[in-house]
Design a protein around this ligand. Structure first.
Ligand code: NDP
Ligand code: 2IT
Length: 447
């Protein structure tokens, strides 16, 4: 059987086993479709059933999370942790709290995380977790009680050498604090079991900024290859959460103008460039809709429907909100408006057909696995600091983050060339990540 048929068979099998997991199937298809030349060259992978083993998580945990609201009423949410692959190191990946969370979404994240973490060059396995709990419109004490209940169960499955969760959508510094506090209390161990901790209690400098900063460092390399720099470019950035805010901050610092940002309701457009102090106050402190931005900035306009952001003319587009937010219609508008580069701060924000359109149109495209790996890369640096009980300076961590992003860019570019798709970083990132994990799995035997 040729490599293409073998891959099609693994995809069919995954589809038959979990037909009700569309996001997971999408992520698996996106990776496996690019692996044909590698599988063709290395028959050992097929013999050892590496692909079949990769698409099956090592362990998936689903658990009950009961908590009480401020009025004393009881609630029950569902908690997840999918420990996907530990070939390279302890399971590592974020926790997402959002009402849309289900097993398909957590598995897609966990699967992506395997290759992303491999690309960082650090010894990190892949995992993801979270809950369908919605932190919006909950009081501080409700969020705390939820986090304490969540970790009361999760704590028995994690540890600094076993599984190290972090934040993701709906889980930021506040939630990591409550999770860590309860873990420490139950286990009587102050250890590096979460990343994204506060700077005074084991956190790392730059972790809060890392995904956004790393994304922009990656974009600098993408643009350099097209003979451009960020200076003078107009950028649109979807989302206004952790990733979007720090991507915008670094992009503006390096001379770009961020003309639009969004949230789950709509987007603001401000051709002079967004005022990030206002965005930070609204989203990080007050937790208010982005619509309120125009109250302070009458020069800006607000538009309902967040996907409309992709119809604005810009040189650079950074989807930093959520999966499948940039579809074919959006890709068509971006291409028509002459976009130079698109890089994914979010996980899988661009649909498969949209990715293909952008690549075909010659747009420089940075896939999330590579472009947003600075967050988990810096989490890896936080783990190193925790293990040695040291804390590095901001400048030290930032320079290591830059080196990680450069290394990812170079290894994805090189793998794309080596396996016959020069310039296609989707293929390059998948292949570079896959080879590391697959070789480690071969070395470790049939486990
Ligand atoms: P946050 O919770 O901090 O922010 C999410 C942002 O996205 C919010 O502004 C939210 O709006 C907005 N949003 C949600 N759904 C939509 C939508 N359909 N359209 C437009 N905006 C939307 O999450 P993060 O910034 O941490 O995560 C964003 C993305 O980046 C996710 O895909 C995550 O998996 C990925 N990522 C995160 C990393 C990290 O270190 N945090 C690392 C790598 C990837 P609202 O305020 O209305 O809810
Ligand atoms: O998607 C991601 O890479 C994250 N949410 C960050 C994971 C981490 O462990 O820092």
């Amino acid at each position: 059987m040729c490599a293409a048929d073998y891959i099609a068979e693994v995809l069919n099998q995954a589809q038959r086993q979990d037909p009700d997991q569309p996001e997971f199937q999408q992520a698996v298809t996106e990776v496996l479709e690019t692996l044909e030349p590698v599988v063709a060259q290395q028959p050992e992978y097929r013999k050892a059933k590496i692909l079949e083993r990769l698409v099956e998580p090592e362990r998936q945990l689903i658990f009950r999370v009961p908590w009480q609201d401020d009025r004393g009423a009881a609630h029950v949410n569902r908690g997840y942790r999918v420990q996907f692959n530990s070939a390279l190191g302890p399971y590592k990946g974020g926790l997402r709290c959002h009402p849309s969370v289900n097993l398909s979404i957590i598995k897609f994240f966990g699967f992506e995380q395997i290759f992303k973490n491999a690309l960082t060059g650090l010894p990190l396995g892949g995992a993801k977790g979270g809950s369908d709990f919605d932190p919006k419109r909950k009081s501080e004490s409700e969020v705390m009680r939820f986090c304490q209940s969540f970790v009361t169960e999760l704590q028995r499955h994690i540890g600094p050498d076993t599984d190290v969760p972090a934040g993701d959508m709906g889980v930021g510094a506040r939630e990591i604090g409550y999770l860590f506090g309860q873990y420490k209390r139950i286990r009587n161990a102050s250890e590096g079991v979460f990343t994204g901790k506060g700077i005074n209690w084991g956190g790392s400098h730059v972790r809060a900024e890392a995904t956004g900063y790393g994304l922009v460092y990656f974009v600098e390399h993408l643009l350099k290859d097209a003979g451009k720099t960020l200076g003078g470019l107009r950028g649109i950035i979807s989302g206004s959460g952790n990733v979007a805010i720090y991507a915008a901050q670094k992009a503006q610092e390096l001379g770009a103008t961020v003309i639009a940002m969004s949230d789950s309701n709509g987007y603001i457009h401000t051709p002079e460039g967004v005022n990030l102090e206002t965005i930070k106050r609204l989203k990080e402190i007050e937790r208010k809709p982005i619509k309120k931005y125009i109250n302070q900035h009458p020069e800006a306009t607000y538009h309902e429907n967040c996907a409309g952001i992709w119809t604005l003319a810009a040189d650079l587009a950074l989807p930093c909100a959520t999966q499948n937010e940039l579809d074919e219609g959006s890709a068509e508008a971006l291409i028509k408006n002459g976009v130079t580069a698109v890089a994914e701060g979010a996980n899988m924000p661009t649909t498969l057909p949209a990715v293909k359109m952008l690549l075909q149109a010659g747009v420089r495209f940075g896939p999330g696995k590579a472009a947003n790996a600075g967050g988990v890369g810096t989490s890896g640096l936080e783990m190193s600091q925790n293990s040695t009980r040291l804390r590095w300076s901001f400048a030290e961590v930032d320079s290591r983050l830059k080196a990680i992003m450069q290394n990812i860019y170079e290894s994805a570019t090189q793998a794309a060339e080596e396996y016959g798709s020069p310039g296609n970083l989707v293929a390059g990132a998948n292949i570079a990540g896959f080879v590391k994990v697959a070789d480690a799995m071969l070395d470790q035997g049939l486990v």
